[in-house]
Design a protein around this ligand. Structure first.
Ligand code: ARG
Length: 573
């Protein structure tokens, strides 16, 4: 159990025995400054208010009742009734030596909807945030023992595909191979758009193909299938390069819900949620009314009979609840789709598709900006292909690694460059508060100083090199820990907070807290390493071994944390 949870339990006990009502929490938190102890319990004030008694006196009573034998070395009341707790060094030493907590048994089925690129075009930077933030949460929740089901809601359906398959038919008719014709989806898209705009016959064919495709016409389906296959392969390649844990088995595209869309609309109509409006079927949502009191409209079927993005999302919601048995559904989608998500959630609940205890969560994020403060674009103003961005990241990282010139083999340089370049791009995103826009800046993300992936990866290699120098194997190393110096204590406290941070990220889905944690950990490690000699001659062997053990644990924690973010480490760089 984490120290925080342990303290919490002990304080709860004490408060209960004093007759303080259960809903009064001990309010445990880390203390901001070492002079106020290591942890604080701030619940006495709230409890005193409830009981209409003096907070400092109540804090004293709690102190008299709480059993922190062997855990705390000092307990102090400060200000109006804060309780400052200083943890014993021996308790920290013992806690660090305990085997890690057993993974929990599965408690929840969590469906995570992320990435979801549109297959009509090549994956661009707009899909980067959803892909890497969603993947971090999937890894983290899985590590905690939840049953995670990844759902890649790819956009493979809709009007654009009529135009695209008409173009594919044209190019195949000229003897081209599908793979070749579609090798650059961007170019292919431009070509088909040009035909569509310039040639009325082509446009007619394109429009008729949309209808045929949706009604299951064999020829159109075959063309569409070919198109989708190539586009999906592009995406899977990107996931692989990005070290993202999405595979073909996680793809559940929009078209998968095709057969259910009519039923969804029928259901909504029977429940009088969807009504006829100018030939279309529309749900008017009072709960999301605007300032004038006008309900928010959500179209679920167009007048021509076609279904919409919202209809698929409602069908997906039903599938996730009925078939996947989700307890919690997380959507990592751009903030610009907030209204859409609200409409889907409210309607899903009102229609009875979603049982009350199931949690529906849209975790939105801001836009990736260029250094000029505008949405990230190429120099000529086009959308940046993700593939090109990743190539550039690895090239830039390779230059940096070569500058360090550490007698590495060509093969090592390539591997390290890949891990550093990709890690830098992912970490730059994950370390920013999710809901804000952020500026994409190559120099900042590839810096070896500050809150960056290269800094953390470098800290990890530093520890590996200590073990190399000592001729020891870091993985097999084990020695008793004895915390004595303040730098050792700060490092130990930080390491023991790892699971608290994971709990927090699992709940609020803000991975930047894990990044800040790892950055603080690496910084505390650096100052520990500076102040506490290890391999010097005058260091007693027990002390040296204890410090080596702290090094090994720091390395494990860093590597584990980075792995949860989808970032790899290396032994040298
Ligand atoms: N394809 C969508 C887009 O690119 C994202 C899909 C997100 N998931 C969902 N269930 N709507 O905007």
């Amino acid at each position: 159990m984490s120290i925080k949870n342990l303290l919490n339990t002990r304080f709860q006990h004490a408060m209960q025995s004093l007759g303080i009502p259960d809903q009064c929490s001990p309010l445990l938190s880390l203390s901001g400054k070492p002079q106020f102890g290591d942890y604080q319990a701030n619940g006495a004030m709230g409890a005193a208010k409830q009981l209409k008694t003096n907070p400092r006196e109540l804090a004293q009573k709690i102190l008299d009742h709480v059993n922190l034998e062997g855990i705390a070395e000092k307990l102090e009341i400060a200000g109006p009734g804060f309780i400052n707790i200083t943890i014993k060094n021996d308790f920290l030493s013992a806690s660090l030596s305990e085997p890690a907590d057993e993974p929990q048994t599965v408690t929840q089925t969590v469906v995570i909807d992320y990435s979801g690129p549109n297959l009509a075009k090549e994956m661009h930077v707009g899909h980067l945030r959803s892909t890497i933030i969603g993947d971090a949460l999937a890894r983290l929740l899985e590590y905690q023992g939840q049953l995670v089901i990844r759902q890649n809601h790819m956009g493979d359906w809709g009007t654009q595909f009529g135009m695209l398959i008409a173009e594919l038919e044209l190019q195949l008719g000229q003897g081209d191979q599908a793979e070749l014709a579609l090798s650059d989806l961007e170019v292919f898209y431009q070509q088909s758009k040009k035909h569509f705009d310039a040639d009325p016959d082509f446009a007619d064919t394109a429009r008729s193909y949309v209808v045929k495709l949706q009604s299951g016409d064999v020829h159109c389906r075959k063309l569409w299938q070919q198109f989708i296959q190539v586009s999906v392969a592009h995406n899977l390649e990107i996931y692989h390069r990005l070290n993202v844990s999405l595979g073909p088995e996680h793809i559940k595209p929009e078209s998968a819900y095709n057969d259910d869309l009519g039923k969804v609309v029928k259901d909504l109509t029977a429940k009088e949620l969807a009504v006829d409006s100018e030939g279309a079927k529309v749900v008017f949502i009072e709960e999301l009314a605007d300032k004038n009191g006008d309900p928010s409209p959500m179209i679920v079927q167009k007048s021509g009979g076609g279904f919409l993005y919202a209809t698929s999302d409602l069908a997906a919601l039903r599938y996730r609840i009925n078939e996947l048995q989700a307890d919690r559904i997380l959507y990592f989608i751009d903030a610009r789709q907030s209204l859409h998500m609200k409409q889907v959630f409210v309607t899903g609940r009102k229609a009875g598709f979603v049982p009350d205890p199931v949690s529906l969560e849209h975790h939105s994020f801001g836009t990736m900006m260029g250094r000029d403060g505008r949405p990230f674009k190429t120099r000529s103003g086009g959308t940046v292909k993700l593939a090109d961005l990743l190539t550039e990241a690895v090239e830039r990282a390779e230059q940096l690694v070569r500058q360090k010139n550490n007698n590495l083999s060509e093969e090592d340089i390539k591997t390290i460059a890949r891990k550093v370049g990709i890690g830098a791009v992912k970490y730059a995103d994950l370390s920013k508060t999710r809901t804000n826009d952020y500026i994409f800046d190559w120099d900042a993300m590839l810096s070896f100083e500050g809150n960056t992936a290269p800094y953390l990866q470098y800290a990890y290699t530093r520890i590996c090199s200590i073990f190399r120098k000592a001729n020891l194997d870091i993985d097999g190393f084990s020695a008793p820990i004895k915390i004595a110096e303040p730098q050792e204590k700060q490092l130990a406290l930080k390491m023991l907070q790892f699971n608290d941070v994971l709990d927090q990220v699992a709940a609020d889905c803000y991975p930047h807290s894990l990044c800040s944690y790892l950055y603080e950990l690496a910084s505390l490690f650096m100052s520990f390493y500076e102040y506490c000699p290890i391999l010097k001659e005058d260091v007693a062997p027990e002390t040296a071994n204890s410090r080596l053990q702290l090094c090994a644990l720091s390395a494990t924690t860093l590597a584990q944390g980075l792995e949860l973010l989808g970032i790899e480490v290396m032994e040298k760089m």
